[in-house]
Design a protein around this ligand. Structure first.
Ligand code: COA
Length: 164
């Protein structure tokens, strides 16, 4: 039996947006399994806890049978190796993303030459989305229904009222 081809899609997902979901769903058509790797994210101050980010991500992708959600901390290539993934999927929204991703992929390749990075271009409609902007718009009372899944929107609203 051949081994399933596993790809990871790492990020902070604070929260997961429709832009992320689009990348995951497209990756799920290309690979046997896609593991969304939710970073503990010591590099960023997050609005949602790790458990909340995992919960939202699981709910958003509940309809994709070959997508799993895991957490990780430390180097992303170490996590990839620990689950037998040889491919890392990243979304590209702009040339600025490309510059950054190119550097990240180069460093990851030096650290783990057998792990490849695959870039998927983000759909035009999602190009303006980032988790930070979604949080900002929501915090200031704007409608973010067009940027996140209904279950994520519900989660964000519940969490906002719990914080008040
Ligand atoms: N649609 C919409 N938004 C998108 C997107 C898409 N397709 N792709 C990315 N974004 C957004 C993200 O939400 C994020 O927004 P934010 O900055 O407002 O939170 C932003 O674009 C940047 O995304 P990304 O580069 O994926 O950052 P991240 O913080 O979500 O994840 C890690 C970065 C965790 C993958 C990276 O820091 C990492 O691998 N860390 C582990 C440590 C490590 O191995 N370091 C060495 C790397 S060489």
């Amino acid at each position: 039996m051949t081994k399933p081809v596993i790809a990871i899609y790492p990020g902070t997902f604070d929260p997961i947006t429709l832009g992320h979901e689009d990348i995951v769903r497209r990756a799920a058509r290309m690979f046997d399994q896609v593991v969304i790797a939710v970073a503990r994210a010591h590099h960023k101050k997050t609005m949602f806890t790790l458990d909340e980010r995992v919960d939202m991500t699981r709910q958003a992708l509940a309809d994709s049978p070959n997508v799993r959600v895991h957490t990780f901390e430390g180097l992303v290539i170490d996590f990839a190796q620990s689950i037998g993934a040889h491919t890392m999927v990243r979304g590209i929204r702009s040339m600025t993303d490309f510059d950054y991703e190119f550097q990240l992929a180069g460093m990851n390749r030096r650290l783990a030459p057998h792990i490849d990075s695959v870039f998927l271009n983000t759909l035009d409609v999602h190009q303006c989305i980032s988790s930070t902007l979604v949080r900002e718009v929501a915090t200031l009372g704007g409608d973010v229904a067009q940027f996140v899944s209904p279950c994520v929107l519900k989660y964000m609203k519940a969490s906002a009222s719990a914080r008040q």
